[in-house]
Write a protein that binds this ligand. Structure first.
Ligand code: B12
Length: 261
């Protein structure tokens, strides 16, 4: 039996990929949400009707939980009729390759000797979630992968939480930063997008944008979104400090290349 539940079956048609739960192309999806309605039969029916309005077929409320105070939580199974052409998908990828700690150091020293790349980290705006930026910057690192501070070729300053864009610009000048790492975890009302876009505008207005490699990261960010917002690269959930170190050192080497004649 292959993973699609059909022995000897043809491989899936990648131009028309459908969700599946049991057998290929059955369209099964699971969805969970809450409604501000009291727990009961009417709540279950409301959940079914909403699922139908989302274009889903045969919705079944597998689980409904009374959240109290007139709220209910649901898990709904349904069939999705939608397909996606997987062969037409193109996702921007980070330039360069993944290097280990030693390879980062060697590449840097071969090109820049004892100079250091000056890195400024901050969690900006009203955002107080520092665990992500600390995981990347601080020596302790994340999941056994040492942070940027552990690389002798980097000089790192982590400004911590709730740094305004104005303060960040002042710190870029004072620290003479080559790379700026911005963390955005809170995404309510898309505040991460407006805050990041405002930083790009400010750096351009201050004539600093071209002087720094500008990275952002967070659990709801991606490289594609970062590029859209005017950043040089973006890092999402599961990022390791060595992913960032690899990018930074290869980016620095690429920027230092003499212009092609
Ligand atoms: C811990 C936590 C807090 C702590 C933060 C403590 C601290 N010093 O950071 C406290 C209690 C203060 C807090 C407060 C709030 N929180 Co909170 N919090 C969390 C929680 C549980 C974990 C976040 C975390 O530490 N993750 C671990 C780190 C390592 O992961 P990470 O941030 O994704 O980072 C990784 C990558 O994304 C990436 N990365 C991140 N940043 C960067 C930057 C760069 C440059 C790069 C390269 C990579 C990178 O690398 C990291 C390592 O892989 C999450 C829920 C969750 N399970 O995620 C909610 C959560 C983030 N919080 C939330 C909310 C709403 C709040 C509050 C608004 C609650 C309130 N009403 O008061 C306040 C906001 C305070 C504020 N002004 O920001 C929501 C955000 C919802 C949203 N989409 O906006 C979440 C998702 C909870 C939820 N499900 O509702 N919170």
């Amino acid at each position: 039996m292959n993973p699609h539940g059909r022995s000897g079956a043809q491989p899936p048609d990648l131009t028309r990929v459908r969700a599946y739960g049991d057998t290929l192309d059955d369209g099964q999806v699971m969805l969970s949400f809450s409604l501000p309605v009291p727990f009961g039969d009417e709540a279950r029916e409301a959940a079914r009707q909403l699922a139908r309005q989302m274009g889903l077929h045969e919705p079944q409320v597998y689980h409904a939980h009374d959240l109290g105070e007139g709220y209910t939580y649901f898990t709904v199974y349904a069939k999705s009729p939608f397909v996606v052409d997987f062969t037409a998908i193109s996702v921007p990828k980070l330039a360069g390759q993944k290097l280990d700690h030693k390879a980062v150091e060697s590449l840097w020293h071969a090109r820049f000797a004892d100079r250091k790349l000056r890195i400024l980290g901050a969690c900006t705006g009203d955002d107080a979630h520092t665990v992500g930026i600390d995981a990347i910057c601080n020596v302790k690192g994340w999941r056994g992968d040492k942070g940027l501070e552990s690389y002798p070729c980097f000089a790192v300053k982590n400004l911590g939480a709730q740094v305004s864009n104005d303060r960040l610009v002042a710190e870029i000048r004072a620290f003479d930063a080559n790379a700026v790492l911005v963390s955005q975890v809170v995404t309510q009302k898309d505040c991460h997008r407006s805050n990041l876009a405002a930083l790009v505008d400010l750096l351009e207005a201050e004539d600093l944008r071209d002087q720094v490699t500008l990275l952002c990261g967070g659990p709801r960010l991606s490289h594609a979104v970062a590029l859209e917002l005017g950043f040089d690269a973006g890092f999402g959930p599961g990022t390791l400090p060595s992913d960032v170190a690899s990018f930074l050192v290869q980016d620095a080497v690429a920027r230092a290349q003499p212009p092609q004649s």
